[in-house]
Design a protein around this ligand. Structure first.
Ligand code: NAD
Length: 483
């Protein structure tokens, strides 16, 4: 008898095994041992989940309940999540090795996603356009239908709810496929949704892999009306192709090779602190991470010294220990990938100032200098705690360096000069610019990337556009002949 915890699919309001009873294990990256058993779905399980979501949308109450009732249920779910915060946070931490403190932060943000999008839908206004012809036009935002949400492993619950919450608030039903490395919190979430009274089939969770498995079956299913995906750019391309066969609209949030730009007039401690957060939080496994750090030459040495000292002071350890700031990488496979970059620094002509491979699946906070601009370390998304630091001399030079990438998710600017901040922010080809900070979000703002980092935007009204079918209704007011 296994002493592993078990997490099933949730389909049609019931937690179920896979049709063929297959299971897989979730390995805790700190202990490197399995801690949970998960239902391993196949295409058949995926299709059963879509069928449940389809029935719930076509015949169930959810799309017709109205904004206020959905808002009430979504707030109840947020309350339940906060009450179970420790269970949810520990699930993510065990699945991927993220420090528990950061997982608690993610749970709060996840609950906030439900609260924000429930309120946003309830409060949203729709345009009414008075026309000179004696008519008026107004807009109805009809739910799109069945939404498939495909999530990555680096912020499991937080990114899943970033998709589920607006989809549900606007009256859609959802099939969520969590990443195979971080399945457990999604099942807990779906259990809570059942407990607080969500109708069956409104929120379905199906576990499994991507290619030739659950992910592929979901993206090819003609009964699906929207696909929202977060993950690697390569996977985004595959999903776009699959969706194209059915002309299913897709929203893609993908990878990044983002930069921090520190001007000589920056408030130095602030710039160091945020730059540390932006590359070493979550062991660098953040799409938004500032993995290229450009520092204006007059302060380069001073900045580097303070930055390295802070990197070396980070507390590495057991993710479940509340004092831990920095955990192992999320899986053996990912550790091997990041290690590959660390092992080749000297080979490509660069220099490691601090860091390197640690015990277990740890890569320590790693700082690289003198890296050739065409090296993989500068050009590719490493998705680990590895930063390349370069000096720059002019604003034009650093803008060119920053934009010299296929990606375009975000950038951070550090300067005390208002004009520099606005001027440079306008010239960066990215979806978000943070000035003198990082990772601060307003959920009404557009979120997404340009180039290989994203297709479309989510957040506030941008989520409404994606998760609804806006309908124009043109109505005659006065019986005047039209001109
Ligand atoms: P991934 O692309 O390997 O997997 C993401 C999800 O897609 C998983 O659930 C996976 O099972 C599924 N998948 C894989 N192949 C599929 C297929 N053929 N069809 C359908 N589904 C498939 O990404 P990952 O390794 O889980 O996450 C890391 C990546 O995510 C990084 O590139 C990171 O930058 C990116 N990311 C982007 C954002 C953003 O908001 N832009 C946020 C977080 C992570």
């Amino acid at each position: 008898m296994s002493d592993l915890e078990y997490f099933g699919h949730v389909i049609g309001g019931v937690e179920v095994d896979s049709i063929d009873l297959a299971r897989f294990e979730s390995v805790n990256p700190w202990t490197q041992k399995a801690w949970a058993e998960i239902a391993l779905g196949s295409g058949d399980d995926a299709r059963a989940a879509v069928a449940a979501a389809r029935t719930a949308f076509d015949d169930g109450p959810w799309p017709r309940l109205g904004y206020a009732v959905r808002q009430g249920l979504m707030h109840k779910l947020a309350d339940a999540m906060e009450a179970q915060a420790d269970e949810l946070a520990r699930a993510d931490s065990r699945d991927m090795g993220k420090p528990l403190v950061q997982c608690h932060h993610d749970v709060s943000r996840a609950a906030m996603n439900f609260r924000f999008f429930a309120d946003h839908a309830k409060m949203a206004m729709a345009e009414t356009l008075p026309m000179d012809t004696g008519h008026h036009a107004y807009t109805r935002y009809e739910p799109a239908g069945v939404v498939v949400a495909i999530a990555p492993w680096n912020f499991p619950l937080m990114l899943e709810t970033w998709k589920i919450a607006p989809a549900l608030a606007w009256g859609n039903t959802v099939v969520l496929k969590p990443a195979e490395d971080t399945p457990s919190s999604a099942t807990i979430l779906a259990r809570l949704a059942i407990e607080v009274g969500f109708p069956p089939g409104v929120l379905n969770v199906v576990h499994g892999y991507g290619p030739d498995s659950v992910g592929e079956a979901l993206t090819r299913d003609p009964r699906v009306d929207r696909i929202t995906f977060t993950g690697e750019s390569g996977t985004g391309k595959v999903i776009s192709r699959a969706a194209a066969d059915n002309l299913t609209p897709v929203s893609l949030e993908m990878g990044g090779k983002n930069c921090n730009i520190v001007f000589a007039d920056a408030a130095l401690d602030n710039a160091v602190d945020w730059s540390i957060q932006s590359i070493f939080r979550n062991a660098g496994q953040i799409c938004l991470s500032g993995s290229r750090l450009y520092v204006e030459r007059p302060i380069f040495d001073t900045f580097l010294e303070r930055f390295v000292a802070k990197a070396e002071a980070m507390r590495l350890g057991d993710p479940l220990d509340p004092a831990t700031e920095f955990g192992p990488l999320a899986s053996r496979e990912h550790f091997e990938k990041v290690k590959g970059y660390v092992d080749t620094v000297a080979e490509v002509g660069g220099r490691m100032v601090t860091g390197g491979v640690g015990d277990g699946w740890f890569v320590k906070p790693t700082v690289l200098v003198d890296m050739p601009l065409d090296s993989p370390h500068v050009c590719e998304e490493i998705f680990g705690p590895v930063v390349v630091v370069h000096p720059f001399d002019t604003e034009a030079e650093v803008i060119a360096l920053a934009n010299d990438t296929a990606y375009g998710l975000d950038a951070q600017l550090f300067t005390e000069n208002l004009h520099t901040a606005h001027r440079v922010a306008a010239k960066l080809a990215v979806g978000t610019v943070w000035v003198n900070c990082f990772f601060i979000r307003d959920l009404r703002a557009p979120f997404g990337g340009v180039g290989h980092s994203g297709v479309g935007r989510e957040g506030g009204n941008f989520s409404r556009e994606f998760f609804t079918e806006p309908k124009a209704i043109v109505m005659q007011i006065d019986a005047q002949p039209t001109t």
